[in-house]
Structures are given as structure tokens and as C-alpha cells.
Design a protein around this ligand. Sequence first.
Ligand SMILES: Nc1nc2c(ncn2[C@@H]2O[C@H](COP(=O)(O)OP(=O)(O)O)[C@@H](O)[C@H]2O)c(=O)[nH]1
Ligand SMILES: [Mg+2]
Length: 324
Amino acid sequence: MSGEGKEKKGFFKRLVQGLTKTRDQIVSGIDSIFSGFSSIDEEFYEEIEEILIMGDLGVHATTEIIENLKVKVKEQHIKEPAQCKELLISSIKEQMDVGETAYRFEDEKSVVLVIGVNGVGKTTSVGKLAGKLKDQGKKVVLAAADTFRAAAGEQLSEWANRAGVEMIGGQEGADPAAVVYDAVAAAKARNADVLLCDTAGRLHNKKNLMEELKKIHRILEKEYKEAFRETLVVLDGTTGQNALAQAKQFSEVAEISGIILTKMDGTAKGGIAVAIQSELGIPVKYIGVGETIDDLQKFDSEQFVNALFSTKENLEEEENHVDS
Ligand SMILES: Nc1nc2c(ncn2[C@@H]2O[C@H](COP(=O)(O)OP(=O)(O)O)[C@@H](O)[C@H]2O)c(=O)[nH]1
Ligand SMILES: [Mg+2]
């Protein structure tokens, strides 16, 4: 098995493990519906609908999934409820489709702005991402542009040490845009591949946030025009529908190119990943599945749905698939 294969296998296992609560919530309910109903009727669909909504897939995505399922059942002349499971899984996958997810910033000279409300896992995710990119042989510089709290800079500097990358910071209360300015100078001087900026992202004041981001973009436009720009919003997966609402608000003030969904380990609300992609069409690019530097993985909706619906048997199947 190649090193990459081994890594993938580990990732899938961790994903499956991390999604245990979400899976317990969704799959056990779904399975009991499939085995408990003898015919496909309106009540059958309503029960599935309820489970999906409880699993935080959101009303919009759930409605679409059920409609799509009904069409498939009709087209394929399905009569047995148990035969609907694969159709349901493929309907969910289709609903999440946002086209191919681009990771251009990983391969080009780039600057990544990481935004999100307090406590969602921005600093942690920046640290993990730095470690990941460093492992790929990239030269990474971190900007501690969350100057709102002194502790934020210290926290990021610990992550910089862990990842073995350089960090540029500022005094508490310093202008975040000034920190970005200094970090750009450092990134250019060291010929860095990726500049990752941790921000304070206080959403309670939309206008302030918008102004702050504008200012940062102006600096990047002037000082670092050659760098590809990526804006990632970090959302806390344990907050379910609240995370979706945050994503919507952020997309109103910033051009978001992707989402990092954190704390997917130990939440029953993992279905929110479906809601985000289905409703907003913004790709979830990474998910956080723990607190250590290795606990960030690229998000693959196909793999995600497989992990969500995996049973012991098809878990082994998936592993063999990854192996080959
Ligand atoms: N279990 C778990 N905890 C996480 C994850 N990501 C972040 N955290 C924790 O969430 C808390 C807040 O993270 P932090 O990065 O400081 O959030 P920030 O305020 O957005 O910068 C910390 O205790 C992190 O260890 C994750 O994927 N899983
Ligand atoms: Mg922080």
C-alpha cells in the first residue's frame, strides 16, 4: 500500500469514527424506517424527512432530497422500502454537489484569509492547515491578525511552533490590516508559498467587519497582487443550523471561496455539511475532526455520505477500495 493510501485509510476511519453521533442519529432511524415499513407511502417519506431534518440537513436540502427520491422510486418502479436506501444515499450526494472543489491556493503563491466568529476554531484551523502545507513542502507564513485579544496571538504562536512555520504578529489592539501589511512583507522577503491570516472576524458588527476586510483586501491588492486570494469561513459543526445562518451572513459581507467545518468529531449535527453545500453552494473544503495538528482533512462529499451511512460491512469495502 502506498503512503498516500495508508493516509487515506486512516482518514476515512477517523471520519467514520468522528461521525459516530451523527450517524447514530440519522442511520439508525433511517434503517428502522426501511425495515419497519412494508410499502412506500406518504407516511414513509414523512418519516425519512423527519430524520433528515433532525440530522441537521436543513429544510431546503431535505425537501429536495425527498423530491428527488420520489422521482427515482417512480422511474425505477421500486416497490420495497428497503430498496430505497441506495437511492436515498445517491440523492443526498447529488444534493451536495458543488462541482469540483478547487484547492488552487495550495499550489500557487497565495494568501488565505480565515474568518469566522469567536470560538469556532479559526486559530486552531490555521495551525492545522499550516502543518499540513508544511508537510507538503510548502513555505508557510502566519499572520496573527486577530489583535483583539492578546491571548489570540500567543495561541497562534504556539501553533506556529508546532507546525514549524514563521509567524508575524502585532500588539494587542493593533490594526489587523497593519499586521497583514507586515506579514506580506515577510512572505515576500522569504519567498513564501502560502500566507495564512488568522483574523478576529467579529460578526456582531457587520459594517466594521466589512470595512476591516476591505482594508485588508486593499493592502493585498497593492502589496501582494501576484498572490492568489482565498477566503475561508470557519464554522462550528456542533452549532448545526446556527452555522448555516453564520455562513449566510458572512457570504453577504465577503466573497467566500470555501468553508472549514470544525468539531465534526463528537457532534450529532454533522448533517449541516449537506445543508451548507446544498443551500449556499459554497464548498466545504476542510473539516476538523479533533484538536491536534493532524485533525484537519479535506472534505469530500462522496466520502462523507459514505462514512455517514457506513455499516461495518461497507466500511471494510471502502477500506479495500482505498487500498487498491
Ligand atoms: N473537538 C474539536 N475541537 C476543536 C476543533 N477545532 C477547534 N477546536 C477547539 O475549539 C476551541 C476554540 O478554537 P479556536 O481556534 O481558539 O477558535 P477561534 O476563536 O475561532 O480562533 C479550542 O478549544 C479548540 O481546541 C475540532 O475540529 N474538534
Ligand atoms: Mg482565534
